[in-house]
Design a protein around this ligand. Structure first.
Ligand code: GLA
Ligand code: ZN
Length: 685
């Protein structure tokens, strides 16, 4: 199937990015030059007004839209699209000065001074009102502007506020959740612990280092509240925009966490995605970290792309920001090697992105981002390495236009869940430095990535029934109904894989009684009696019929109650104890892996499993280490992306019976693919 593109005026991929002419209004010749360069860079889409508030409302209530009118009109004339931002990510100084309640209060209960950005109170009625007025004016003025294709709501929402207004809102949220019954809350939060029982709602505060931080149910509810309050703020922001023209899509830019390439964890993006039209994210992977292969990083980046594509069940997402060269906030701001920008952009497209947008179009002259990469640097020249790469990529995106709107329906899903991560991180147990939840999910994912098996990354709330294989690494929290849905999935013929540290707590972070993995015990047919955290030199191996693997980080003592044992541990105090089990339930199978293991274990395990479950691979051929193969399709034409993430040449044998066309060269391709370092090919079948 083919998804509609974000707006009827958009014909293929969007290419362009954050454009901040509001920083250049005193140098109009630069803005004029931008239009010439935009053409040369083969760009077509620009995000405006992200930090434009102080250029529009210089003093309270006096609005100057002239500059924005001019830029929007001119971009329309030049044939470019505009993604117009609501500027709530940062505000003018006069507002903080006159209404201090808009300033965020930190955990220590100290109110911030004016400065930086992304630092407003999400509850403040004054801030919400000021944003409403601004957004109404933007909607009135631009909702029907020919350049407008989408609204960019605020910027990278995140963080929390601990002011009195937020404390009140938190209590209101809790009263609703616990039916106004404080006793329910006391039980859910296990407040008998350290005599923390409440007898009045007014005693409840947000967690704080100098106050409460040990009541995990409370921490979890606070995170849920912060997430809900942020989403509520967003929902209020879009009211005037929807009112003016409900057909213009709304989005906000999601984030990733670096250097580990995790999704951003502060807000429950799965919930957030349900109230926006398109998922977009800002991708800044730290390519070329010394001593790390680009291969594993590429797979970890793929994981995040797949997660964000899965948030809207396969609907293409957008790259709202990426850098054409380097950033200014990594520890070591390494530039991308020649060709790596295009490779990383094409990778986004391969996983379902319909845009490549940059932060930013032109480097600013001053302030903290002046050395952040941009398409146009301080020289202003189009004859730079970076500009030329961008321009070439733009031409290539034009060539592959038909791919925009296509997607993929994987047979495999890995569960990655925000609330599960919050609860795991909060637990005082295992390795308290890093529990390695996302690392564990990404290790399982990596084995599918290597085989070229498309994979969705989903929360435990999603529908499992469309998959053949469901992997739930470290499913520590099991919310109501989830175990039943997994069981139904297996009974109907699905294959489920669980690991150590699963089925431990319920949705309030209260431990299941009667043995772990709690509500998954019957399905998996095991009882996990103890979990052990290992020092790096603790030597335990896992032995299958033919192979031996090193155990790392965690090892459980489990009992195979109903399940069959497929592999056992040796040495390290775990001699002959079960390590991998399988339980046949209904028409399906439920596997349990009782330890964290070296990558080779997952690779071999999932290679076998792929055969057994007859999973479709994008290319039925040997894929060299460091090469990724992904696919998008409209159901008729398949678009196959072959990407070499290594700095070495690679060769790949195409399946004999298949003929492809290289979309970038229009040549037909069969038999042997020879790939240069960091080269990609986009093939059509
Ligand atoms: C974020 C922000 C941008 C810019 C970039 C720099 O993604 O949204 O405004 O600061 O980081 O990498
Ligand atoms: Zn607040």
């Amino acid at each position: 199937m083919r998804y509609p593109l974000v707006h009827k005026n958009v014909k293929g991929f969007m290419h362009g990015g954050d454009y901040n002419p509001d920083q250049w209004l005193h140098m109009p010749e630069i803005i004029e030059e931008d239009y010439r360069l935009m053409k040369l860079a083969n760009t077509n889409t620009f995000s405006l007004n992200i930090f434009g508030w102080s250029a529009i409302e210089r003093t309270e209530g006096e609005f100057h839209f002239g500059w924005l009118d001019e830029i929007m009109d001119r971009l329309a004339e030049e044939g470019s699209h505009v993604i117009l931002a609501t500027p709530s990510g940062a505000r003018p100084a006069w507002m903080s000065q006159k209404y201090p309640e808009v300033l965020r209060v930190e955990k220590n209960r100290v109110r911030n001074l004016h400065g930086l950005r992304h630092n407003h109170c999400f509850t403040s009625p004054v801030y919400r009102e000021k944003v409403r007025i601004m957004n109404e004016k933007l909607a009135e003025r631009y909702a029907h502007h020919p350049a407008l294709i989408m609204w960019h709501i605020s910027n990278e929402y995140g963080g929390e506020c601990h002011c009195d207004l937020c404390q009140d809102a938190f209590r209101t949220w809790l009263k609703k959740k616990y039916d106004n019954d404080l006793e329910q809350l006391n039980q859910a939060w296990w407040t008998g612990f350290w005599s923390h029982r409440f007898n009045d709602w007014s005693q409840i505060e947000s967690p704080a280092p100098h106050g409460e931080s040990m009541v995990h149910g409370q921490n979890l509810d606070w995170r849920r509240f912060v997430s809900d309050q942020t989403i509520d703020f967003f929902k209020e922001e879009i009211v005037p925009l929807r009112k003016a023209d409900a057909s213009i899509p709304v989005t906000t830019n999601f984030m990733g966490n670096y250097p580990h390439m995790r999704p951003f964890l502060g807000i429950e993006y799965n919930k957030f995605a349900s109230v926006m039209d398109v998922v977009t994210w800002d991708a800044y992977p730290p390519w070329h970290i010394e001593g790390q292969t680009t291969t594993k990083l590429a797979s970890d980046v793929g994981f995040v792309h797949d997660l964000y594509r899965s948030l809207k069940d396969g609907q293409p997402f957008l790259i709202m920001e990426n850098t054409p060269s380097l950033v200014n906030w990594h520890d070591i701001n390494k530039r991308k090697e020649d060709g790596v920008h295009a490779l990383s952009a094409v990778q986004s497209v391969a996983h379902g992105a319909d845009s490549i947008l940059y932060f930013q179009w032109r480097q600013g002259r001053g302030a903290s981002e002046k050395f952040h990469g941009a398409v146009v640097d301080h020289s202003g020249s189009e004859h730079t390495r970076v500009f030329q790469e961008v321009s070439k990529l733009g031409a290539e995106l034009d060539k592959i236009q038909p791919i925009a709107g296509t997607s993929i329906k994987p047979e495999v899903a890995v569960i990655f869940d925000w609330e599960n991560q919050w609860a795991i991180d909060d637990a005082q147990a295992l390795n308290n430095v890093n529990k390695k939840y996302s690392e564990q999910c990404q290790a399982h994912y990596h084995s599918f990535w290597k085989q070229g098996i498309p994979t969705d990354i989903i929360t435990m709330d999603k529908d499992f029934s469309t998959y053949k294989v469901l992997v739930g690494p470290m499913l520590y929290m099991i919310r109501p109904g989830v175990a039943e849905r997994i069981e139904a999935f297996v009974k109907a013929g699905g294959t489920f894989i669980a690991t150590y540290w699963s089925g431990i707590v319920d949705e309030n972070d209260l431990c299941f009684l009667g043995g772990f993995p709690g509500p998954l015990k019957n399905l998996l047919g095991v009882w996990a009696e103890e979990i052990d955290s290992l020092y790096p030199n603790h030597d335990i191996v896992l032995k299958t019929d033919s192979q031996t693997y090193q155990v790392t980080d965690y090892c459980e003592r489990i009992h195979a109650v109903d399940a069959d044992v497929l592999a056992r541990f040796e040495s390290g105090g775990y001699d002959q104890r079960p390590a991998v089990t399988v339980n046949q339930v209904g028409n399906g199978k439920a596997y349990y892996i009782a330890s964290s293991n070296e990558q080779r274990f997952y690779d071999d395990f999932y290679q076998e499993l792929a055969k057994e479950c007859t999973l479709n691979r994008v290319l039925n051929t040997e894929i060299p280490e460091g090469v990724s193969v992904q696919k998008r399709t409209d159901g008729q034409t398949d678009y196959v992306f072959v990407m070499n993430f290594t700095d070495q040449a690679q060769t790949l044998q195409l399946p004999q019976e298949e003929n492809y066309t290289n979309m970038l060269t229009d040549e037909s391709v069969h038999n042997t693919l020879k790939m240069d370092p960091y080269q990609y090919m986009i093939l059509k079948k």
